[in-house]
Design a protein around this ligand. Sequence first.
Ligand code: SAM
Length: 386
Amino acid sequence: MNGPLCFLGIEMSPYAVAKTLVVWEMLLQSQEQHHLRSVMQVWFSTTWEEETMEMAKQALANLCQSDEKRHPKVTGLLRHWKDAGKMPLQNARTQWENRSTNERSFVSHFLRKQDRIAMAKYELTGDFGIKPGGNPTCGNIIMLDCPEGTAPLSRDETVFSCLNWAAIASSLYPNTPVIETAENYVTERLSKVAGWARLGRVTLKLVCDDVQNMIESIAASKPWTMSWSNVLDYIDYADFHRLARACSIHGDTLHFGYSMNWPTNVFGVNIIDFPRRDLADFRKKVLENANHCVEMQYTMLGWQKYLRLPPPTNPINTTCSMLEMGQYKTWADYFFGIGRLQGPCEVGNVEHAFGSPLSPTGSCTVSFTWTYDPEIKFNAMPNNYF
Ligand SMILES: C[S@@+](CC[C@H](N)C(=O)[O-])C[C@H]1O[C@@H](n2cnc3c(N)ncnc32)[C@H](O)[C@@H]1O
């Protein structure tokens, strides 16, 4: 195939669109390795070094000068950040502290002292991507200075809600603490994307809208792949299938998506679903088996060298993955059964995520690949669902 990979992002959150535009513009400007640190700080850190402030302000000036047509709320956010003053460090620290509950600390999960220290520092400050020995000088205005009416920062979110723990764990070295390893992982990947972006091998267009308003133009662009993230958690399943089918009406489209909310509608995937006294033995067995499964999983992946066993977390967290394993295929069958009532719908793959042991969200994710094009046939995979 010739020509660039064209990424069209449709997202109803003006904040998500505006922030991504800033990150992309900074990636296009990244000529040197240290610029990638600044991109990483804008994306993840509560605080910035001086050069990050300069680079972000330049990116915002470029974006505000452009005559590209944007959603007024996206333009409003970009202008707000362009005109925002330097945020005092103390302000950033206080906001971060107010968004953390301490209930979700992961410090005690680590076996190595260097990881506990690094994690404690990260949990206390929210600093991420600051160069070794460097000093942050101001708060991240894109994270912490938004116009009235912008949704506040989620509580207890950490970089590990977003980053691939398995990849990070596989590159943990004896003298490199976990946060530094995570920073190296992000820099490496940003470096790849920045290279593709500067060479024009990947192009990005972001639209702030409900995807329901874009059906015709999406279908007209004849997408090969559509990645829905967890949009299906936001709408009725029948409506979702109608929407996805209409976007791929010209055929040849593979769909990817995942659900994070499916357990909220399924009985028996939470240990709390078994409250009766006569089930106490059952609950104990589930917990013991879950601890055993986690131990096998950690040992298989080599995580037992870094993480404590059994995980120091409450029984709901420990057992949910095991209880979900017994139910997720039935739920997926139900979800795709609704799609099949409307026409052809072929499923290639359904997977329950391993989940990051360090993420306060998202360990129950079930993801899938499917198509409505009857001419696309999936090869049978070892873990194939149908
Ligand atoms: C898990 S987040 C993914 C965020 C980001 N778009 C990405 O792909 O990394 C799911 C996102 O779906 C967006 N969303 C949900 N329903 C939508 C819809 N009907 N149209 C456009 N965006 C939608 C929400 O605003 C939310 O940010």
